[in-house]
Ligand binder design. Structure first.
Ligand SMILES: [Zn+2]
Length: 79
């Protein structure tokens, strides 16, 4: 039986959005098409409508389209 409040502490568990990838997502990437900026930050607590969840592998290997800039809020995503 769950105590009240325990549900709120349940960690977010979503899998990577990359096709065929079953790793747990650790980062959420959002993009601004007008500014041509892709932002990779910590996993969004809720399913972000325009977000793209990425596991560590895909966050690190993510490359922006030509002319785009990538901003990484979590420096561990660059390793
Ligand atoms: Zn992945």
């Amino acid at each position: 039986m769950l105590a009240i409040g325990e549900v709120a502490l349940t960690p977010v568990t979503r899998v990577c959005s990359s096709p065929a990838c079953t790793q747990l997502a650790e980062f959420t990437m959002t993009s601004d098409y007008d500014e041509r900026v892709a932002v990779i930050g910590p996993l969004a607590p809720e399913d972000a409508r325009e977000g793209y969840d990425l596991c560590r592998h895909h966050a690190v290997s993510f490359t922006a389209p030509r002319g785009w800039e990538i901003i990484r809020f979590d420096e561990s995503a660059t390793q």
